[in-house]
Design a protein around this ligand. Structure first.
Ligand code: SAJ
Length: 572
């Protein structure tokens, strides 16, 4: 009997095999680290790990790569290739296209990407993968009670509704035939293995036993972080809120920097002073390759990636579906502010450098984040299309992104793209730096020397200090690069605005929790307490310091400037 439990504290568990569905940036490190850890639970030999990857045109090749001992993850991922190779050589890691391989697994990790569609989750790929998992588990050996753990980001209530009912509809009743848990991955491309090992991780479930089981398993790979046990809906809220609140703080910086840039105020001096007053500082003002974690975050050409643009909408999904008023939502308002950033970058450029129409411009960096090939929701590509719309002759460059990249093709930019740096800059009058790739940081002088027609540089990613462009040619415009030190009164105005925004988010989240608990917390164990959300979000390594709910003072303006997020917080 691989799992028998009398209570959440009294159980016998045998783990003979682990399966991982979806060897992407979440599943591949998890599979390799569990295999490498030699998990011996209730048996005298390590549990082998089987990766399942459907035989799709774009990803089916990963099975062969893994079985040859190679990680299918692109970019630079320290430590991952080594543990994949070692585990495959030891016969403890393998891969297959066949989903029925999960039938005899005692633990199944589901690491399939989720997305948004309109104002709700897009679970298409996830549910497609669960068809195979449920069919296989229906034929599982008698008496097995497999544990299925979702590492994917899920909209609050999904575990208790969509996921639970999917398995129940196939004869697998949660708590009797199967245990359903979730542990949303806090992945960071470029640090995949390190993040799993060192970051705190939330482990959750629908049944009280489940977090205990996941914690016991994950304690073998999360060796420097802390495992926090809770229920599924709390984990769903914390994960989506971490990203939503990050999006809000970037939006508050974006609104503030637009005012600063119009009045030649040094935004970064302001940011560092305000964060010091908030006791939420970081080193990101001086380092374009830092992962910002302070209170006020860093305003750039825009917010891309697969997470921040979608998770606030996932958090609001059930409330929007029920028709709740969204007009005063800071989380949804922040999305609008951040989506304006590419256009705001062009406005800054034209204010400083004159009209761009008809000029040859190069967009430097197609990826949404530095030293990465990932173009999902990349603001650089939005900027490129806006520049085309203004009659510019546009080239898009990136050292990592592939010419056949799906988003380049989808947005009609493949014909404007090159990996050749010299070709990208040779004819350009203006260079827009959108992604802080190391090639741009290290090769500035050589690169500018290859641009004989260069008139100006626009810095949209905190890449270059203004002092590096003092000679007057090329001209320089940088987001946040005003030259006047902020007054003490303006610092105080911005700090007070930040505290209004953080209070506004707290009030908004408290309202969402009341809604979710009323409609989706079936039993006491499933309820979400704001204090738990605050405590668990505070374990996010990139900073998520939530305020407590409370009253917000009426919004005031500074010489006519009132951030819309502050107005929303005061109005809510
Ligand atoms: N960005 C800014 N200013 C900032 C920080 C980021 O403009 O101060 C932009 C970036 O340029 C990028 C986008 O926002 O375009 C997202 O950047 P990110 O640093 O949030 O990186 P992601 O989206 O790859 O990872 C996020 C992280 N979430 C949090 O830090 C709360 C990561 O920890 C999560 O694991 C990941 O989402 C996820 O999988 O949810």
């Amino acid at each position: 009997m691989p799992l028998s439990f009398r209570s959440a504290d009294d159980f016998d568990w045998t783990v003979r095999k682990i399966a991982v569905v979806g060897p992407g940036i979440v599943g591949m490190p998890m599979a390799a680290m569990l295999a490498h850890a030699r998990v011996c639970e209730g048996v005298g030999r390590p549990a082998p790990v089987m990766v399942v990857q459907r035989d799709s045109p774009t990803s089916g090749w990963k099975v062969g790569a893994i079985n040859e001992g190679r990680s299918p993850i692109g970019g630079v991922e320290p430590g991952l290739d080594e543990i994949v190779g070692e585990s495959v050589s030891a016969g403890l890691l393998s891969a297959t296209h066949d989903a029925s391989a999960v039938a005899d697994a005692d633990i199944i990790l589901v690491c399939v990407q989720t997305d948004k569609k309109g104002f709700g989750p897009d679970y298409g790929p996830l549910m497609a993968s669960l068809e195979g998992v449920a069919a296989a588990l229906r034929d599982r050996p008698a008496g097995n009670i497999p544990l299925v753990v979702f590492e994917s980001t899920l909209a609050p209530s999904s575990m208790a509704t969509v996921i639970r009912s999917h398995f129940a509809g196939r004869g697998l009743v949660e708590g009797r035939d199967i245990l359903l848990g979730n542990s949303p991955n806090r992945v960071m491309p470029g640090r995949l293995v390190e993040r799993v090992r060192t970051s705190d991780k939330i482990v959750a479930g629908l049944h009280p036993l489940t977090p205990r089981l996941i914690a016991r398993l994950y304690s073998r790979i999360v060796t420097e972080g802390t495992l926090h046990e809770t229920n599924s809906m709390t984990a769903e809220v914390v994960k989506t809120l971490e990203n939503a609140y990050r999006d809000v703080r970037i939006a508050y910086s974006a609104e503030t920097v637009r005012y600063c840039d119009e009045h030649d105020i040094d935004f970064y001096a302001l940011r560092d002073r305000v964060n010091e007053l908030l006791a939420q500082s970081d080193h990101a003002s001086a380092d374009p390759n830092a992962v910002p974690s302070g209170g006020m975050l860093v305003p750039t050409v825009g917010v891309g990636g697969h997470c921040l643009p979608k998770d606030g909408i996932l958090l609001w999904w059930r409330a929007i579906e029920s028709g709740l008023d969204t007009s005063r939502s800071l989380i949804l308002g922040a999305r609008r502010v951040n989506d304006e950033s590419p256009a705001a970058t062009i406005a800054l450029a034209e204010r400083t450098l004159g009209p761009l129409e008809g000029k040859a411009v190069a967009v430097m960096g197609a990826a949404y984040r530095f030293n990465s090939e990932d173009t999902r929701n990349s603001p650089s590509l939005v900027l490129a299309r806006l520049l085309l719309g203004r009659g510019c002759r546009v080239t898009v460059h990136d050292p990592f992104v592939k010419p056949g990249d799906q988003n380049l093709l989808r947005l009609g930019l493949a014909g404007h793209f090159t990996n050749d740096l010299r070709a990208a800059v040779s004819d350009a009058a203006v260079l827009f730096f959108c992604t802080a790739h190391r090639d741009y940081a290290e090769g500035r002088l050589v690169m500018l020397g290859q641009a004989p027609r260069l008139e100006a540089v626009v810095d949209g990613c905190n890449l270059y200090p203004r002092e590096e462009f003092t000679g007057g040619r090329p001209g320089y415009a940088g987001i946040g690069r005003g030259q006047q030190k902020p007054s003490r009164e303006f610092v105080e105005f911005v700090r007070a605005g930040f505290e209004a925004v953080e209070r506004g988010v707290a009030n908004e989240v408290q309202g969402l929790l009341q809604f979710l608990n009323t409609h989706y917390a079936g039993e006491a164990f499933g309820r979400v307490a704001y204090e738990d959300v605050q405590r668990l979000a505070g374990t996010c390594v990139t900073g998520c310091s939530l305020a407590s709910p409370g009253s917000v003072a009426p919004a005031v303006s500074w010489k006519g400037f009132t951030p819309c997020l502050v107005a929303l917080a005061a109005g809510a």
